[in-house]
Design a binder for this molecule. Structure first.
Ligand code: CP
Ligand code: NVA
Length: 302
């Protein structure tokens, strides 16, 4: 059966643990070439720095070759239906890594291509980010089980994947978000299911201070995701009490990490200077995208 990675939920909790262990070994210098002789297509419908570059480097380090395609060249669903793009690429390449406007496009890729499909971000999930994030928490805190991860802000793609990942590995996840911006029900239900299996907790609170209290990790992401520009004004108003700043960090444990998937917007979801906060690990998260994704790629072909 083809192994796709469209959601963190495509990996069992055990597989998530194995993948993180593998990523940590690769970061430590383990060299492995599971993509030897293979070609990977990456296709980005939205802008990207971290995902795009770290996939290309990772594919090469795993012995593979890659072809990178931008939105305007392919015209996914505009110049050509997604199903045809999927079937054409499938004739040439061994893995398709794709960043899409709509998660439905990913499902269509998965339906029409035999090659494994890897989600490089959709409107619903950002699973590669979540894998790098829990790897980063593991590195800095020494363990995942029992860690309290406070996510402050929009219940978006990043939040959904992080909630499922935390619940899978036994970390507690609490989101502080306005009532209208919670994690969508399917991902939230999955996180709850996994939390009851791992005996961890997931929860929603309205006040950021309530989420941050006693946290091991304070995490935030942009209030306006790619493709939501029309909603900017409404969102800035809805989230104005949700900024991560020194005052909010003071509710967390004294050694709590500050995390952000980047790009970050100072003066909006973070106060100026948070990126360089002594407990900020944002560049470790970015670095770990490479290693976490190498483990994911190795996993979908083996
Ligand atoms: N965090 C993240 O996915 O960054 P890019 O959008 O630059 O890939
Ligand atoms: N939630 C953000 C993540 C960017 C990496 C977005 O979708 O734009």
């Amino acid at each position: 059966m083809t192994r796709n990675f469209l959601s963190v939920a495509d990996l069992s909790p055990h597989e998530i643990g194995l993948s993180i262990d593998s990523a940590i070994r690769m970061k430590g210098g383990e060299s492995t070439k599971p993509l030897d002789g293979m070609t990977v297509a990456t296709l980005f419908e939205k802008p990207s720095l971290r995902t795009r570059v770290s996939f290309e480097i990772g594919i090469r380090q795993l012995g593979g070759d890659c072809v990178n395609l931008g939105a305007s060249e392919v015209g996914l669903g505009v110049r050509e239906p997604v199903a045809d793009v999927a079937r054409v690429l499938d004739r040439w390449v061994d893995i398709i890594v794709v960043r899409v406007n709509s998660h439905d496009s990913l499902l269509e890729f998965a339906e029409y291509a035999n090659a494994p499909i890897v989600n490089a971000l959709s409107d619903l999930e950002h699973p590669c980010q979540a894998m790098a994030d829990i790897m980063t928490i593991q590195e800095h805190r020494g363990e995942l089980r029992g860690q309290r991860v406070a996510y402050i802000g929009d219940g978006n793609n990043t939040a959904a994947s992080l909630a499922i990942a935390c619940a899978s590995v036994g970390a507690d996840f609490v989101i502080a978000a306005p009532p209208d911006y919670q994690i969508p029900t399917p991902a939230w239900e999955e996180a709850n299911r996994r939390a009851s299996e791992s005996q961890s907790k997931v929860g929603w609170v309205e006040l950021p201070q309530q989420a941050a209290r006693g946290a091991d990790v304070v995490y935030t992401d942009t209030w306006v995701s790619m493709g939501q520009d029309d909603e900017t004004e409404v969102r800035l108003e809805a989230f104005k009490e949700y900024q991560v700043n020194e005052e909010l960090m003071s509710y967390a444990k004294p050694d709590a990490l500050f995390m952000h998937d980047l790009p970050a917007y100072e003066g909006k979801e973070i106060a100026p200077g948070m990126i360089d906060h002594p407990r900020s690990v944002v560049f470790d998260q970015a670095e770990n995208r490479l290693h976490a994704q190498k483990a994911i790629l190795a996993g979908v072909v083996t």
